[in-house]
Design a protein around this ligand. Structure first.
Ligand code: FES
Ligand SMILES: [Fe+2]
Length: 374
């Protein structure tokens, strides 16, 4: 490996990557769809913000801020009536956009509104967009973008490190050999799908000794696909397998208190018609689960103890630095409030050391970006 010694003592500070106070505006998983029946309302805390989620008669999942705009009662104590939610305390009623539509002691409701958040369902999961209007689609696997899918869930998990750090594991080329003993070279090509999504696709031919090749050698001799699609720096979709049979694994994470992460693995396949298609899909999703376990075996040790600090990036870490640069260009929000986080422009700062620090960082970032050919 070719260590770039000039870079050894480079004290790079990331604004958003691995920051326990920040996350990217985007779609985040809330609860599995099957855990919210029609007429149910539940409290949820997502990225530090307290919310309520309910499902009306129209089967739509709706998410509001947790506390009633009248006097602050928790709306999860309330009741779903039709497509609306009625507060337990004084029975003010809110429609699915959050507008107050009924106050029992008044002839007319007041123009007040519970804060509602964009909500959607996909892959058996309910998702929330953490801004006013969704700017991007729900996370999808590029080659399944237009397909109807079936999915099953793996275990829900907690890691002691930040979601961004968990994400880069899947494109950490060196660790495939050292941790997973894959004995295979990885060389990723990146492609930005949009402001919030980036793919990394392996371009190398597998060595004859790799685990996957061994597994499928009796059936197939061509290179195996291994690609990642990342959304909002917190959801990673793995596509793996020979050309005739791709497996899809999603790891979707949210930042929790203390810079830790809570995540969910979801195994996905294309919907297939008929009873045979459904049986085949059960089998495929079971196989996908086995494959996912193989991928994450031994990684938990790393996630439990790592103090991430990429002090010495080398050529083999290029995909990681590309992921970080992609993340740093996205819109950061503050954990807990979901307010926009922004670094002041240098012309907004006083003429003290802070200005010089900002300028210095910009120059260094530029230099670093060039170094990794991003
Ligand atoms: S606090 Fe909800 S109606 Fe009064
Ligand atoms: Fe790994």
């Amino acid at each position: 490996m070719n260590v770039n010694t000039e870079n050894v003592s480079y004290p790079r500070k990331f604004k958003t990557f691995n920051n326990p106070e920040r996350f990217i505006e985007g779609w985040y998983w809330v609860i599995p769809s099957r855990k919210l029946r029609v007429g149910e309302v539940k409290p949820v805390t997502i990225l530090g913000r307290e919310l309520v989620i309910y499902r009306g008669q129209d089967r739509r999942a709706v998410i509001f801020d947790a506390y009633c705009p009248h006097m602050g009662a928790h709306l999860a104590e309330g009741k779903v009536e039709g497509n609306e939610l009625r507060c337990f305390f004084h029975h003010w009623q809110y429609d699915s956009e959050g507008f107050c539509v009924h106050i029992p002691c008044l002839d007319e409701p007041l123009p007040v509104k519970a804060k509602a958040w964009p909500t959607a369902e996909k892959y058996g999961m309910i998702w929330v967009w953490t801004g006013e209007t969704p700017q991007q689609p729900l996370p999808f696997i590029p080659e399944l973008e237009i397909d109807d899918c079936e999915s099953t869930f793996g275990a829900r998990f907690i890691t002691k490190c930040h979601p961004n750090v968990v994400m880069i594991n899947a494109i950490d080329a060196q660790h495939f050999n050292t941790v997973h003993k894959m004995l295979s070279e990885f060389n990723f090509e990146k492609q930005e799908l949009n402001e919030n999504a980036i793919t990394f696709s392996n371009t190398t031919q597998d060595s004859p000794d790799s685990f996957l090749i061994k597994l499928i050698r009796p059936f197939y001799k061509n290179p195996v696909t291994y690609s990642l699609c990342y959304w909002y720096g917190s959801t990673g979709m793995v596509t793996v397998g020979p050309e005739f049979l791709h497996f899809y694994i999603m790891f979707t994470l949210r930042l929790i208190e203390g810079g830790k992460a809570e995540g969910q693995a979801i195994f996905i396949t294309k919907k297939r018609p008929s009873i045979f298609g459904r049986i085949y899909n059960r089998f495929l999703l079971w196989l996908t689960k086995i494959l996912a376990q193989y991928f994450i075996k031994n990684d938990s040790k790393i996630f439990d103890t790592i103090q991430f600090n990429l002090k010495t990036p080398i050529q083999a870490d290029q995909s990681i630095t590309q992921f970080i640069n992609h993340l740093e260009r996205q819109k950061p929000l503050k954990w807990g409030t979901w307010n926009l986080e922004r670094y002041p422009r240098s012309d907004e700062l006083s003429r003290d050391g802070e200005t010089r620090d900002i300028d210095k960082r910009e120059t260094r970032d530029k230099w670093h970006d060039e170094l990794v050919n991003d």
